[in-house]
Design a protein around this ligand. Structure first.
Ligand code: ME8
Length: 540
């Protein structure tokens, strides 16, 4: 509800639900962070926002991994789901819910949806022979299997030939409707390059896909999962189970307004499921399609692909060590601005982290704030100076500059170009820098007759920094709240609207401005990368 008591437009953003066979790593954190920044922007814009993340627990590899650790699948799932939840909390993610697929609310919804599709014969019983990729829990087509010498295209593990009497989803029925939808909605699959890949693959033809697995009473792996409604000899394929999570979370009445989802943020590895299988399932269920499936690329590390076999995943203990030494906002900033939102992968290198933190944070927002706060301290006894209504000075029209940057940022937010949106805050800060450089308040301050000019320059600089900080807040909530505190502003995103806050002139003359310690200390490039402490590694 907004202040007038009317319902604001709902906004629903999701992340993949992550497998609980293992602990979280940078990849999972990144996708959820992207969704977090989108959700924070939207709440600040006044949208009625729902941000969902969670865990995918019915995979065979969860059972395998639990066995290897000598615990039951649900115990293993509990431990790892807790690790995901804790990791997201440490990164300050603002998810409104955390769904686990072993929860009753989800199981109930999956069975209801599958029953509905059986009733309409969108799900039917048939025979299937195919190449099963054990490591990925999916069948690969004959072409793909041949191309990869009958090994998993992802992990290289030997493919297994499997024949199954199975329930199938009538994917082929929806081919034309899906193509028409993708063509009519250019923003449905992002980024553009991914959209073209998907269209190309759909044009090769869509075949019906198996949606169940036969239960082998002697194999615990095959018993882990949700039973097919009306047939206790089959369980529902984990991917069908997982995709339905996006509906399970909003099943109760007061959340139904969130469908259709605005954006499903996913990695490129699972785009096919989200851009093809899922929309066709929704069509079969008579549901509206989501607004956008955003498939980002991958993080690699110091130039190398991250994988289990290489053992080089950037894991939580390492991420925690970065947060501890440099602040979680510095890490959030690096991930958000340097991450693989486009169609190419991004490298997490320590040298790059240092370079970006120093350029954008220490020398950027941190330096802008400390320069201005220092001068206010020195020339105005630490109180916000009074510009007596002046909002323009020597060619700088601040209301126009900040309004334009904010408007451009908002357009980019709507397009899910989050790094682009954040970059407009950087532009304001660079103008503040140039403004101080050309107007030289420190020189004018030597002449008592010019103190009014100094007041105008410093007020305008501080106010422009405040506006930039509003646009930076979704990425760096801790630090920007600290900055607001120092500028004497009491802003509560969610209660306040970004639109109101962006209006020029909110800083009140006379308010104490706190200098404080530097917001982002400069990092010595020669410093060794942080390593997890022993207790962090053990606890991860
Ligand atoms: O696929 N860089 O779960 P999952 C960036 N349970 N992101 C990465 C990444 C990397 N190197 N590695 C992983 C599943 N990710 C299913 C999803 S959804 C209904 C079911 C992120 O634990 C990225 O978002 O394997 C990717 O899509 C996801 O983790 C895969 O997580």
């Amino acid at each position: 509800m907004n202040e007038a008591g009317t319902q604001t437009q709902p906004y629903y953003v999701t992340t993949p639900i992550y497998y609980v066979n293992d602990r979280p790593h940078i990849g999972h954190c990144y996708t959820s962070l992207v969704a977090d920044v989108a959700a924070r922007f939207m709440r600040f814009l006044g949208r009625d926002t729902f941000f969902l993340t969670g865990t995918d627990e019915h995979a065979e590899k969860v059972v395998e991994s639990a066995e290897n650790h000598g615990v039951s699948p649900i115990e293993w799932a509990d431990q790892n789901a807790a690790a995901f939840r804790a990791a997201f909390e440490r990164l300050n993610l603002s998810n409104d819910d955390f769904l686990r697929t072993t929860e009753d609310r989800h199981i109930k919804n999956v069975r209801a949806c599958v029953s509905a599709m059986m009733e309409t014969e969108d799900i039917y019983l048939g025979d299937y022979v195919g190449w099963w990729d054990v490591s990925q829990e999916e069948y690969v087509t004959e072409n793909v299997a041949r191309e990869h010498d009958y090994k998993s295209p992802v992990t290289g593990r030997e493919l297994e030939k499997r024949t199954e009497r199975n329930y199938f989803f009538r994917l082929s029925k929806y081919e034309e409707r899906l193509i028409a939808h993708i063509e009519a909605n250019p923003g449905f699959i992002k980024p553009e390059a991914r959209r073209n890949e998907v269209i190309g693959r759909i044009r090769d033809g869509l075949q019906d896909v198996p949606v169940s697995r036969k239960i082998d009473p002697d194999d615990p792996k095959s018993q882990w999962g949700i039973r097919m409604p009306g047939d206790e000899t089959h369980r529902i394929y984990v991917w069908i189970d997982a995709l339905l999570n996006y509906l399970s979370a909003i099943e109760n009445e007061d959340r139904q307004r969130f469908w259709p989802a605005d954006v499903h943020v996913v990695g490129k590895d699972i785009l096919w499921f989200h851009a093809v299988i899922w929309p066709c399932m929704l069509m079969a269920l008579g549901n509206e399609l989501p607004g956008c499936v955003y498939a980002h690329s991958y993080w690699i590390r110091e130039g190398r692909k991250m994988s289990k076999s290489l053992g080089n995943f950037l894991d939580m203990p390492t991420m925690d060590a970065y947060c501890e030494r440099y602040s979680r906002d510095a890490l959030r900033w690096f991930l958000m601005t340097q991450g693989p939102m486009g169609a190419t992968d991004s490298d997490f290198s320590h040298a790059k982290f240092v370079e970006v933190s120093n350029a954008d944070l220490a020398n950027g927002v941190g330096n802008a704030l400390s320069r201005v706060a220092n001068m206010i301290q020195k020339y105005f006894d630490g109180k916000c100076p009074n510009p007596h209504g002046a909002s323009k000075f020597e060619g700088y029209d601040w209301p126009a500059i900040t309004k334009e940057a904010a408007e451009k940022a908002c357009v980019k937010i709507m397009q899910m170009d989050l790094p682009g949106a954040l970059s407009h805050a950087g532009q304001i800060l660079r103008q503040v820098d140039a403004f101080i450089h050309t107007t030289e308040p420190f020189k004018r301050a030597k002449d008592p007759a010019r103190m009014e000019e100094v007041a105008i320059i410093l007020y305008q600089s501080a106010e422009a920094i405040r506006i930039a900080s509003l646009l930076l807040w979704p990425a760096m909530p801790d630090k920007m709240e600290d900055l607001w505190h120092r500028l004497g502003c009491d802003i509560k995103p969610g209660r306040e609207r970004l639109g109101q806050q962006l209006i020029w002139g909110a800083l009140r003359p006379g308010t104490p401005i706190e200098k404080g310690e530097s917001l982002f200390p400069r990092i010595d490039p020669k410093e060794e990368p942080p390593v997890p402490s022993v207790s962090q590694s053990a606890g991860a």
